[in-house]
Structures are given as C-alpha cells and as structure tokens.
Design a protein around this ligand. Structure first.
Ligand code: GDP
Length: 137
C-alpha cells in the first residue's frame, strides 16, 4: 500500500473538472485519504517546485500554479505512485496517451491539469508539505 500526492492544477479547477478527475482516481482503485482546495502563495509554489528552480520555466510554473485555487489530495492504494502517473499521462498533453487525464483535460505543457509525485520518496516529502497527520484519514 502506498500514498502519493496529487494536485488538480488551476486550469482544471477553472474548467470545472474536479469531480471528473477525482472519479478517474476512485474508479481505478485509488482511495482519497485526504483532500483540500487551497490557493497557493508565491512562496508555497516556489518551495514546492524548488527542484525545478534552475529550469527556464520555473517562473512561469510558479505564476501558473498561483493563478487560481488548486485541489490537493493524498491518493492511497497498491502502487499508488506509478498508478497515478499512469492515469495522469505524459507531462506534455500532446504526447499523453488517449484516455489519460492530461490527454482529456489539459491544454499545454504548463497548464497540464494535474501534478503527481514521481517517486515514493518525493510522495512522502510532498504529503508532509501539504498535510498534517490529523488531516489524513
Ligand atoms: P511532471 O512530473 O509530469 O509534472 O513533469 P516535470 O516534473 O518534468 O515538470 C513539472 C511541471 O513543470 C510540469 O507538470 C509542467 O507544469 C511544468 N513544465 C514542465 N516542462 C515545462 C516547459 O517546458 N514549459 C513550461 N512552461 N512548463 C513546464
């Protein structure tokens, strides 16, 4: 059993597809162990994406992630990290496999609908970034 962090990004929240995206998780064996809708501050987004701070798109990424509310959740299940990445599809929605969340709901490489932890180690760090133990049920 694993836990992973998911973020429904501002583009998908604005489109009104929170429910449709959560359904993908629940219909594919991922239980929602915690969830909240929040507005990230610039400081939050910079800290969360600190690993990308030297990438040319860092500024745009921080700006985009603070452009509106996001829905952060913890998904739990067997192989949750890999399962979530599979359901999300490739980073660039133009390369995402048909039927994946990004293929169906994302417009561009920056406005790509969802974030998902890329390893178990990062999942632990990202979960602790957003949630306290008493919010995880
Ligand atoms: P992910 O794990 O599939 O989300 O992809 P990465 O960890 O490589 O990148 C993190 C996030 O940065 C992506 O989800 C995109 O929102 C954004 N990103 C990645 N590449 C680019 C790019 O070339 N341009 C812009 N504007 N954003 C990018």
């Amino acid at each position: 059993m694993q836990q992973t962090l998911s973020i429904i990004k501002p583009d998908a929240v604005k489109k009104g597809v929170i429910g449709k995206i959560l359904d993908r998780f629940e219909s594919n064996g991922l239980r929602i162990a915690a969830m909240k809708k929040i507005q990230l501050s610039t400081e939050d987004a910079k800290a969360f994406y600190a690993v990308h701070k030297d990438r040319p798109f860092y500024g745009e990424l921080v700006e985009f992630m603070t452009s509106g509310p996001v829905v952060v959740s913890i998904l739990e299940g067997e192989n949750a990290v890999a399962k979530n990445r599979e359901l999300m599809g490739a980073t660039n929605p133009k390369e995402a496999a048909p039927g994946t969340i990004r293929a169906d709901f994302a417009d561009s490489i920056d406005a790509n609908a969802v974030h998902g932890s890329d390893s178990l180690e990062n999942a632990t760090i990202e979960i602790a970034f957003f949630f306290s133990n008493r919010e995880i049920l």
